[in-house]
Design a protein around this ligand. Structure first.
Ligand SMILES: Cc1cc2nc3c(=O)[nH]c(=O)nc-3n(C[C@H](O)[C@H](O)[C@H](O)COP(=O)(O)O)c2cc1C
Length: 182
């Protein structure tokens, strides 16, 4: 008999791990950091959920799911991303999808996006540099054209913001717990 749900995640600074841990608790799922995930073991689960943080438009570790679709063909697959893209901003999320997937790779995948966190002190030198570039590009926009999150990024530059919230995972938990379509 198949096991129920496995959550695999890749997190650099901890916010994706936090969501993965909440999901694992709320769904009674087994949890695997990507580095410890073995695809043949995951194929034994009815549902596999992959969570990846987004840096510079790229979903961390997503190639693991893409290259193993054949082995996971009998699993229900979900992907959740964690970043500062505003949830509900379809156009922005479509850009993330376009950057990470060929159109045919999207088939059979269900997506959710959750808000993450930023802590300037935890960033590598390279990430601080990128943040500086991001800050400059936001500052070039007229104030009224800046999104709420862009304003937060400016405010938090040099400090920290944390938008992680356990309530965000509820729709994904409900989907995972609902019986697979016949
Ligand atoms: C250098 C840098 C680049 C980032 N690029 C993106 C991005 O392209 N899209 C996005 O939604 N969030 C972006 N973020 C925000 C991260 O996705 C966010 O901090 C997330 O919570 C990180 O997850 P982690 O804590 O699991 O590493 C970026 C953050 C940094 C520091």
């Amino acid at each position: 008999m198949k096991k129920t749900t496995a959550i695999v995640y890749s997190s650099r600074k901890g916010s994706t791990r936090r969501y993965a841990e909440w999901l694992a608790k709320d769904c009674g799922a087994d949890l695997f950091p990507l580095a410890e995930a073995v695809v043949d073991q995951l194929a034994e689960y009815r549902t596999v959920v992959y969570g990846g943080c987004v840096y510079n438009g790229l979903i961390d570790g997503i190639s693991f799911i893409k290259k193993n679709r054949d082995v996971l063909r009998d699993c229900r697959l979900f992907v959740f991303t964690v970043g500062l893209t505003q949830p509900g901003d379809e156009a922005a999320f479509q850009q993330v999808l376009d950057r990470n997937f060929e159109p045919q790779e999207l088939e059979g995948l269900r997506f959710h996006h959750f808000l993450g966190a930023l802590d300037f002190k935890k960033m590598s030198l390279m990430q601080r540099l990128m943040m500086r570039i991001l800050k400059k590009s936001i500052q070039q926009k007229p104030k009224e054209a800046r999104s709420e999150l862009e304003n937060y990024v400016l405010k938090a530059y040099g400090g920290q913001v944390d938008f992680t919230n356990r309530a965000y995972i509820r729709p994904l938990v409900e989907e995972i717990c609902s019986p697979p379509e016949a």
